[in-house]
Design a protein around this ligand. Structure first.
Ligand code: DC
Length: 208
């Protein structure tokens, strides 16, 4: 499967803080695939301010390197601009090009398996209970000096998920053929192992 010309897309979707980023990075490292955190695109658009559609159309690599993109405020701003169809449309082509890059690609987000890459070779929908997701995100933010309580983080995640699920444009939902991966009771290693297994199975099918 390795070698020039290999195209292989892994689409990883799910609600906030379910473990998509961790799994995506580990899977990309394991297979030598490129990884695109598509949430970062929406976070960068939200953080730019001004007209969101113009911000999306003019997005530059440097915009993705701002230090404040991982904050809870940046997450809420991202979720708001992500509901705008013009913003989403401006980001489609970049994501699709990344998905078909040589050597394989992992993209994580909300609509990768449904809208961006419905043809992805592997689709995962990663979930965890609200409480577990809030606990993980709170630990992550606290390590960076975050000031929100766990209850505030939970309320924040729920608000964002509701907006992401209920919007008209590319709402958060599993693709019909996505493999559901509930990480509530799983260690990181166990969740990553399941994702790797699903990809290896698909690669073996491709060789048949
Ligand atoms: O994955 P994240 O938490 O960094 O994403 C931030 C917000 O961006 C999320 O609440 C909704 C939006 N988003 C989206 O609409 N589509 C994607 N593919 C990725 C993120």
């Amino acid at each position: 499967m390795k070698g020039s010309g290999m195209r292989f897309t892994v689409a990883i979707d799910g609600p906030a803080a379910a473990g998509k980023g961790t799994i995506s990075r580990a899977v990309a490292a394991h297979f030598g695939f490129g990884h695109l955190d598509t949430g970062l695109l929406y976070r960068a658009v939200g953080a730019k301010g001004g007209d969101p559609a113009a911000a999306a159309a003019g997005l530059e690599p440097a915009d993705l390197e701002r230090g404040d993109l991982r904050s809870a405020e940046a997450g809420q701003a991202a979720s708001r601009v992500a509901a705008l169809p013009e913003v989403r449309a401006a980001l489609v082509e970049f994501q699709r090009r990344f998905a078909r890059r040589e050597g394989g690609a992992v993209l994580d987000g909300r609509d990768i398996g449904t809208v961006i890459c419905p043809e992805a070779e592997v689709k995962l929908f990663v979930t965890a209970s609200d409480e577990e997701r809030a606990r993980r995100r709170w630990l992550e933010l606290a390590a960076k000096g975050g000031v929100q309580s766990e209850a505030e983080v939970l309320a924040d995640l729920r608000e964002r998920d509701r907006r992401d699920r209920e919007r008209e444009a590319a709402p958060l939902r599993p693709a019909p053929d996505a493999l559901l991966l509930d990480t509530t009771e799983l260690t990181i290693d166990a969740a990553v192992a399941k994702a790797i297994k699903a990809i290896e199975l698909r690669q073996a099918q491709g060789r048949e």
